[in-house]
Design a protein around this ligand. Structure first.
Ligand SMILES: C[S@@+](CC[C@H](N)C(=O)[O-])C[C@H]1O[C@@H](n2cnc3c(N)ncnc32)[C@H](O)[C@@H]1O
Length: 300
């Protein structure tokens, strides 16, 4: 299991937030500091759409899903935790998701709000809030989808952060993460090459010890049970869900409970691709992660 700083009551690391706040003017410069995130955005969106479609096909009539294929996110309540300048939030809102972007950096939220204001079509379904993830737990609102892309490696107390994201979901909701694994390859590519040699990313952006391996996320959700409200004879009681991941086969979760997909950068085409499911070594550096919250009556 990954390190837990039990005494901390926040997921916010002040140095990380100061770092991203200093860079906030750069968010929408496609060739600048965040060029890798701009290029990553299409594959993140692809993963979210494909996974939602796949689960819809598993659970609904094929014709019904076909009819809403393009608009699979339409009308869903989506939370983008650590939204930065709003790269993913805007893409989600544009295809119809009722999107809320939150970030612990005030200047990131100002930039995100300013950029969204340039496109009046975003006004009806995109809102931003300056807030750390855990502050949302006090509100009653819960989401169909929670995304947190390239944030986990920048938080304090990752267990608390994951638990917060998990609890902000409605039952049967979807959690999407992208992050960086802790391997010699990821150190070489994301710190040595990207920060020190090529200087494509500001020095100090990444901290190797904060990277989490896919197996550590799988292990977390194998142990994690969420509290589910239910009622017995009209009285409301709290029950616990089954663990979010009930079993692994050769280290892989079942397709319906969770998924890990490597994300590979092709320097020749200057674009990211999602590696096929289970591709050997593909998740040694950047990877996408999806896990589903159990349904209300799924208490095993
Ligand atoms: C690498 S950026 C990723 C931004 C965005 N998700 C993207 O990929 O385009 C990490 C962001 O997470 C934010 N952040 C870090 N810790 C956070 C926390 N505990 N709660 C909310 N935001 C946080 C930072 O301010 C920063 O904007």
């Amino acid at each position: 299991m990954f390190p837990t700083r039990l005494l901390r009551s926040s997921t916010v690391n002040a140095n990380e937030i100061a770092h991203f706040s200093r860079l906030s003017a750069e968010w929408w410069n496609e060739r600048g500091e965040f060029s890798f995130l701009h290029k990553m955005n299409p594959v993140r969106m692809q993963f979210i759409r494909e996974k939602l479609l796949e689960t819809a096909y598993d659970e609904q009539l094929e014709e019904a899903v076909d009819a809403k294929k393009v608009g699979i996110l339409e009308g869903l309540d989506v939370l983008d935790v650590g939204c930065g300048g709003g790269l993913l939030s805007e893409s989600l809102a544009r295809i119809g998701a009722r999107t809320t972007g939150i970030d612990a950096s005030e200047s990131n939220i100002s930039i995100a709000q300013h950029h969204a204001s340039l496109d009046p079509r975003l006004a009806s379904n995109l809102t931003y809030k300056h807030a750390p993830a855990e502050s949302l737990l006090t509100q009653s609102k819960r989401y169909d989808v929670v995304c947190s892309m390239e944030v986990l490696e920048h938080v304090d107390n990752p267990s608390m952060f994951l638990k917060t994201c998990a609890e902000l979901l409605k039952p049967s909701g979807h959690l999407f993460l992208s992050t960086i694994s802790r391997t010699p390859l990821s150190y070489f590519l994301t710190i040595f090459m990207a920060e020190k040699v090529l200087r494509e990313v500001a020095d100090g952006t990444h901290t190797y010890s904060k990277y989490l391996k896919p197996s550590e996320l799988l292990e977390f959700f194998q142990l994690y049970r969420s509290s589910l409200p239910s009622s017995v004879n009209g009285d409301s009681v709290q029950t616990q869900s089954r663990p979010w991941i009930t079993r692994l086969y050769s280290g892989e979760p079942t397709r319906k409970e969770a998924e890990v997909r490597g994300m590979i950068y092709n320097p020749l085409s200057a674009s990211w691709v999602i590696a096929p499911r289970g591709a050997w070594g593909a998740a040694e550096c950047n990877y996408l992660f999806w896990v589903r919250k159990p349904a209300l009556n799924d208490t095993l």
